[in-house]
Design a protein around this ligand. Structure first.
Ligand code: C2E
Ligand code: MG
Ligand code: MG
Ligand code: MG
Length: 284
């Protein structure tokens, strides 16, 4: 009897694993097709100056318009894209698309904004990253507009081979790009190395911002990250700001920039354009 139960348990797990493998394979096939058929779109989320709430930048966040399932979130497909290597062409498409968008807004005389683009672990590990990025910037005719682009990497990405990270970051800075550490506080960072990386900003992970108003330990951590960033001469961005109270807390604690649903959700380029145009009219 025990044997039969054991076998049943075994086949139960196998069925579950097969379903997961099947799900991943389907996603992978879907992603390949999405690349071929242009089913991706870049959404943009505003970043504001904490002091006055004015827009200073945007974060580019990829979206997948799945033919049957509608809008699929990156949390679902980025991990599969990472494992399959498809994140490389997807990430390159996102960067090229952001360049085209910046040029288009410039051509139309809209106020210039900085745009942050996420770089995945796999992209960072790829030999030739610097050449690939340089090729995209030049193919898109970015010239001095490269200064408007910021790349976001996570702590764990940087902490792998630290000497290689420094070389890569220096190369990216030399192209005029800014560099921020995403989801800061959730990974493992060697603080002594942090000062050797040529970074421009730290982004406080959303999980700490969540509790700044009523969880003293979140508030302590967020405050410590703000102080750490400033003592390293980096700017600091709070992620996931959802309430006025969180914004006021950040203002009281000297955080530089903020991003979150309170200020604006990620939205299609056309909506960003409408707001930038409105701002231009206000200034006129
Ligand atoms: P991330 O880079 O940390 O981006 C922030 C995520 O938080 C976004 O989720 C954004 O929509 C969400 N968010 C912003 N404000 C709030 C808020 O106030 N409350 C809450 N609950 N969430 C907020 P999204 O767009 O689903 O992206 C998830 C993750 O997928 C990103 O996290 C990033 O790691 C990855 N990702 C997105 N686009 C790309 C891309 O083009 N390339 C790569 N490599 N990764 C990407
Ligand atoms: Mg990010
Ligand atoms: Mg983040
Ligand atoms: Mg994240």
């Amino acid at each position: 009897r025990a044997k039969r139960e054991g076998r049943n348990r075994y086949s139960y797990y196998t069925a579950e694993m097969n379903a997961e493998v099947k799900r991943r394979l389907e996603l992978e096939t879907g992603l390949r097709r999405a690349l071929r058929e242009g089913q991706f779109e870049v959404f943009y989320q505003p970043q504001v100056a904490v002091e006055n709430g004015c827009w200073v930048g945007l974060e580019a966040l990829v979206r997948w318009h799945h033919p049957e399932r509608g809008l699929v979130s990156p949390d679902e497909f980025i991990p599969v894209a990472e494992d399959s290597g498809l994140i490389e062409p997807i990430g390159e498409w996102v960067l090229a698309q952001v360049c085209r968008q910046i040029n288009e807004w410039k051509r139309r005389g809209l106020p210039s904004v900085r745009v942050a683009v996420n770089l995945s672990a796999r992209q960072f590990a790829k030999p030739g990253l610097l050449d690939d990025v340089a090729a995209i910037l030049s193919a898109e005719g970015m010239g001095t507009c490269a200064k408007q682009i910021e790349l976001e990497v996570t702590e764990s990405i940087l902490m792998g081979d630290q000497r290689r990270s420094i070389t890569l970051l220096e190369g990216l800075r030399a192209m005029g790009l800014s560099l921020s550490v995403d989801d800061f506080g959730t990974g493992y960072s060697s603080l002594s190395y942090l000062k050797r990386f040529p970074l421009t900003a730290l982004k406080i992970d959303r999980s700490f911002i969540d509790g700044v108003v009523d969880d003293p330990s979140d508030a302590t951590i967020a405050g410590a990250i703000i102080d750490l960033a400033h003592s390293l001469h980096l700017s600091v961005v709070a992620e996931g700001v959802e309430t006025e109270a969180q914004w006021q807390w950040l203002r009281a604690h000297g955080c530089d920039f903020a991003q979150g649903y309170f200020f604006g959700r990620p939205m299609p380029a056309t909506e960003i354009e409408a707001r930038l145009t409105a701002r231009l009219a206000e200034q006129a």
